[in-house]
Design a protein around this ligand. Structure first.
Ligand code: ADP
Length: 546
């Protein structure tokens, strides 16, 4: 640990909280700039909403949400309208304060008028969301899934999903929400940090039982009940890829601001925690994304009143150790260098002796760490005999003398992007809008577009004409920028943020390509802009040569 930073450069920096924990100029860091901001409840809802506007069917895995305070009137009006058109609709909503975590400040309501206005509504930014009333139950209990996702690179986009995750259970049998049970958090909220305080909480001593289990144990159970587990996984993969696609445009704006192209800087990767709820019909719904998921593999146990001890949690260990180990394997900068180096390992008998005598033999599950410490990677195959893919090193066709990875279990992280890129690339429209935005930002290190940048964008893309004068361009810029800035998201810089630019872009697209569906309007305008910018670049290149 280097609480005051470190002078000598490292290959990999493991920051505790955010990208900005230390100043770094090389290597790889385990956080992306702006990720914490991007996955806050309001920002995530906004990013998904933009995608829902373009692709409503593809993005129906996120509950209908409204942002408070600014969308409170819209929330009231839309609920009233839906109730009028379907009097049998008896919805429940969940109110979640922005930036909250671990169930903090969350409550359920039956009617918009029940929103608590402690202080003024202005002072409590939050998201109000349709509550999923019919979740899948196991042992009559509601549960959610925590899946670990590695965003290995933003450009090109590389996403990995861990093959196993955690299922976190409520501790009171579930009933559909009624006015009587709305406040029962142990029935409705699956947060571990809340349920641990219930007297019904069961610390799991294996992966199949208790209040926290592996997701694979749930899948086994579902599969034995005849559920289509393959389809469920494919739906989950699609949810993860689509969510990351919704986040990438703004992440790229943060990235170029913190690590400007052409300047020395690190590359980034990040482990994200996806919280997913399964509906009764097995449809996965996204609840939230965590930029800083807990990697604890122990839990506190009260030995006697007021006396706590940390004890290992086998379920956390099973899932999280593999995620960190394989993240390091995937980003390992030595991997390439090592390819051709032969490592001579001790013979099996010597290695067994070494393991038996090794002081680090506290817990063989951690042996991959020891193997690096003790320089005997053979520990690994011993330690992992019970894990999937274990024992490979003992197979004659598997040459363990090639690499220290040879004895490790197969990767728990499965690549899903670019593997499935073909299926999802058509969704990456806002990414292309963000590329236009970044091109016109001008000054390196900024995240907002000034009026001159916006005018240059319009001019270079040939978007102004007799029907759309430069005066109208300025009015559009001022109107949209003022509204976004009045929402009070980021006052540090003045100018037009990416979301405001996206709104302006959609506006221009609707104007230019009236009769098409929105996503086709936007795609056509992107093509139009890219075409004119490519022509301009070509012209500049020729002039430059001349
Ligand atoms: P936090 O960051 O505070 O944990 P979440 O968005 O994860 O906030 O919500 C907390 C819990 O509330 C979730 O784990 C889940 O059990 C429940 N929950 C959240 N949103 C919904 C929803 N739309 N429908 C049903 N349950 C929900």
């Amino acid at each position: 640990q280097f609480p005051f930073g470190r002078r000598l450069p490292c290959d990999i920096y493991w920051h505790g909280v955010s990208f900005h924990d230390n100043d770094i100029f090389s290597g790889q860091v385990n956080k992306f700039p702006g990720m914490t901001e991007m996955v806050r409840k309001i920002t995530l809802s906004r990013a998904v909403r933009t995608m829902q506007d373009l692709f409503p069917l593809e993005y129906n895995f996120y509950p209908r949400s409204w942002i408070l305070p600014e969308e409170f009137p819209l929330f009231v009006a839309e609920v009233r309208m839906m109730k009028d058109s379907d009097p049998s609709w008896k919805p429940t909503f969940i109110v979640k304060p922005d930036g909250g975590c671990q169930g903090d400040g969350i409550y359920l309501i039956k009617d918009p008028s029940d929103i608590r206005l402690t202080g003024s509504i202005q002072s409590r930014p939050a998201v109000v969301q349709e509550y999923i009333c019919k979740p899948l139950l196991v042992d009559k209990l509601k549960f959610d899934i925590r899946l670990y996702v590695l965003l290995k690179s933003l450009e090109p986009l590389e996403i990995y999903i861990a093959k196993d995750g955690l299922s976190r259970f409520c501790t009171e049998p579930y009933q559909e929400p009624t006015l009587k049970n709305l406040h029962q958090v142990f029935m409705h909220l699956t947060n571990y940090s809340l349920n641990i305080h219930s007297e019904n909480f069961i610390h799991s001593d294996n992966v199949n039982t208790g209040s926290k289990r592996t997701f694979s144990s749930i899948l086994c159970r579902l599969s034995s009940r005849g559920a289509d587990v393959k389809k469920l996984w494919s739906d989950i993969i699609s949810l993860v890829i689509k969510t990351v696609i919704a986040l990438t445009p703004e992440l790229k704006v943060y990235y170029q601001s913190d690590i400007p192209a052409g300047k020395p800087g690190p590359t980034c990767f990040q482990i994200l925690g996806f919280d997913i709820l399964l509906m009764k019909n097995l449809k996965p719904m996204l609840l939230e994304v965590n930029a800083n998921p807990s990697m604890r593999i122990e839990h506190e146990q009260e030995l006697s009143p007021g006396v706590f001890e940390n004890v290992p949690s086998p379920v956390d260990e099973e899932v999280k150790v593999a995620v960190i180990r394989d993240t390091l394997r995937l980003v390992d900068p030595q991997k390439k260098k090592r390819k051709d180096v032969q490592i001579i390992l001790p013979k099996p008998f010597e290695r067994r002796q070494h393991i038996e005598s090794c002081k680090n033999k506290v817990n063989l599950r951690y042996s991959y760490v020891m193997c690096y410490r003790c320089q005997t990677s053979e520990h690994v195959s011993e330690a992992n005999e019970e894990l999937p893919g274990a024992g490979l090193a003992d197979r004659p066709e598997y040459d363990s003398t090639r690499s220290p990875e040879a004895g490790l279990p197969s990767l728990c992280l499965k690549q899903v992007f670019p593997k499935y890129a073909k299926q999802f690339n058509y969704l990456r429209l806002v990414d292309r809008v963000a590329a236009l935005f970044i091109r016109f930002l001008g000054v390196k290190g900024t995240t907002k577009l000034g009026p001159t940048g916006f005018r240059t964008f319009i001019r270079n893309c040939k978007l102004s004409n007799s029907n759309f004068s430069m005066a109208s361009v300025d009015i559009l810029y001022i109107d949209i920028t003022r509204r976004w800035n009045s929402m009070g998201i980021d006052h540090k810089e003045s100018g037009m943020c990416l979301q405001a630019f996206v709104e302006a872009f959609f506006c221009l697209a609707q104007k230019k390509y009236k009769s098409l569906p929105l996503h086709e309007q936007v795609a056509s305008l992107i093509n139009f802009c890219e075409y004119h910018l490519a022509a301009l670049d070509e012209k500049r290149l020729v002039c430059g040569r001349g």
